[in-house]
Design a binder for this molecule. Structure first.
Ligand code: NAD
Ligand code: LMR
Length: 334
């Protein structure tokens, strides 16, 4: 028996279409807490479910005092608590997993996070197979394939509904460019493609307001290794949490807007993609048009310049290995 802590009642009327339950798995963590806070501030979220292996009811009690309309429920760390957190969810965000310490790569997190994501994926596939699931836990290049393999094994795989969250790379690129150019970051849209680690992160500055920046190796490197900057500065206390919470909340908000019928909502994200399947790469991050069902359309990559072609080549090699590692993990550890 789980002892859910149900706090607050929906004190407004909303049509069935407007009701959106969003669940955060790993809600008491460094990302989970500010992400939950931002979701509580989002008027498109009507119900917020918070689950963690420790501390979710406390985070829920705290957040529930915020005077926005949504209800907040913190679930106990039990299988039935997890199941209840997921039942009826439209969107599930998964920041559950360990973060890096200085000197580690994201792939070094694989051994711990692969099984966490696999087990949470099983719970999602069982309790909310129709939900859009956004995996934040690293290494994203492998954890999205893990999620997908779990769904495939259970016969509930829909490539339109599963996302690896790469929004932070886009957020960083736009901010770093604005610092360099003295512009408003809101006006700097930089497409970032590939995956979410080191050289698999490929910013396409040639398609931005400042095409010449594609030859700025220092800037390209800063986007590719922006995560390391934060890991180093936190000095053993983890990796990006606050900027990631913002990025995750933005991705969820884009999906909710698309669900509510808004057209032309585009977010780069790591999805089951047709773009490089001919090279054996089933998942790739690129601009994705979102719709009520999740992925509406994977947009074409567009034209790359010679610098970016080189970056892409380096990306594809690593990305393929990262994806295969995730797929092999589920095959060996179903
Ligand atoms: P954290 O350690 O602060 O929080 C993780 C939370 O997950 C903890 O509260 C922990 O109790 C919980 N947890 C662990 N196992 C769980 C399980 N089985 N079920 C539910 N909850 C569980 O870490 P963090 O800083 O929040 O980072 C979380 C993950 O996000 C890391 O893997 C990190 O590398 C990744 N991350 C990804 C991006 C991205 O751009 N995709 C950005 C930043 C961090
Ligand atoms: C990031 O890009 O900040 C995250 O993937 C966390 C990390 O390990 O760098």
């Amino acid at each position: 028996m789980f002892a859910a802590q149900r706090i607050g009642r929906r004190a407004f009327s909303a049509s069935a279409r407007d009701l959106s339950k969003v669940t955060v798995l790993g809600a008491a963590g460094g990302i989970g807490q500010p992400l939950s806070l931002l979701l509580k501030l989002n008027p498109n979220v009507t119900e917020l479910g918070l689950y963690d292996i420790r501390g979710a009811p406390g985070v829920a009690a705290d957040i529930s005092h915020i005077n926005t309309k949504s209800t907040v429920t913190g679930y106990d760390a039990t299988p039935s608590g997890l199941a209840s957190a997921l039942k009826g969810a439209d969107i599930v965000l998964i920041p559950a997993g360990v973060p890096r310490k200085p000197g580690m790569t994201r792939d070094d997190l694989f051994n711990t996070n692969a099984s966490i994501v696999r087990d949470l994926a099983k719970a999602c596939a069982e309790n909310c197979p129709e939900a859009k699931v956004l995996v934040i836990a690293n290494p994203v290049n492998s954890t999205l394939p893990i999620l997908a393999e779990v769904y495939k094994a259970r016969g509930v795989y829909n490539p339109k509904r599963l996302f690896g969250v790469t929004t932070l790379d886009v957020v960083r690129a736009s901010r770093f460019v604005s610092e360099l150019k003295g512009t408003d970051p809101a006006a700097e849209n930089v497409t970032v493609v590939g995956g979410h680690s080191g050289v698999t992160i490929v910013p396409l500055f040639s398609q931005s307001n400042h095409p010449e920046l594609s030859s700025n190796a220092e800037l390209v490197n800063r986007v590719q290794f922006g995560g390391d900057e934060v890991v180093k500065a936190k000095d053993g206390a983890g990796s990006a949490t606050l900027s990631m919470a913002m990025a995750g909340a933005r991705m969820a908000e884009s999906l909710l807007r698309a669900s509510n019928g808004e057209k032309g909502v585009v977010e780069p994200s790591f999805v089951d993609s047709p773009l490089f399947k001919d090279q054996g790469i089933d998942y790739f991050s690129s601009k994705v048009e979102l719709g009520p069902g999740g992925v509406e359309k994977v947009l074409p990559l567009g034209k790359l310049d010679a610098n970016e072609e080189k970056l892409l080549e380096a990306c594809l090699g690593d990305l393929k290995k990262n994806i295969e590692k995730g797929v092999a993990f589920v095959a060996a550890n179903p």
